[in-house]
Design a protein around this ligand. Sequence first.
Ligand code: 4NP
Length: 158
Amino acid sequence: MAFERKAVLFVCLGNICRSPTAQAVFKKRSKDAGLSVWSDSAGTGAWHAGETPDKRAISAGRARGYSFAGQFARGVEDTDFEAFDLILAMDTANLNDLRDVCPEAFQNKLKLFLDYAPHTDMREVPDPYYGGEDGFDRVLDLIEIASEGLIKELKKMY
Ligand code: 4NP
């Protein structure tokens, strides 16, 4: 349908670093592009459930003008596979974990987020959790590129 509002779910492992960053970036950039798209994020693991995003992710993201307001970690739920139009994994381990639990009918919604950044040489957003501060800037660089690619694709659907 021409005016149906699309919904995108960003998924990583802990839902405190990469996928909240992806949501923050996509939320701002899609709004700036004039798109009305619902977005959320979740983790294949739920052990950080209820927590706000990692302080390092917030600090790196805020420095580029992104807001993490209202974000709290949660695990992926069965209902997500039907509710979202696109479910975008940050790395192949996340994608494989999603593939294992996603009903057959919705498997085509599962993709790597960097599929929308084909001109980079990266397929995965590297996990910054155990690394230094610069890892979070690298994550932001990749997420900004993929967000632009995703917005371009979504624009074709409206
Ligand atoms: P994320 O990063 O998947 O980008 O949120 C991680 C956060 C927490 C852990 C691993 C990765 N952890 O092991 O607690």
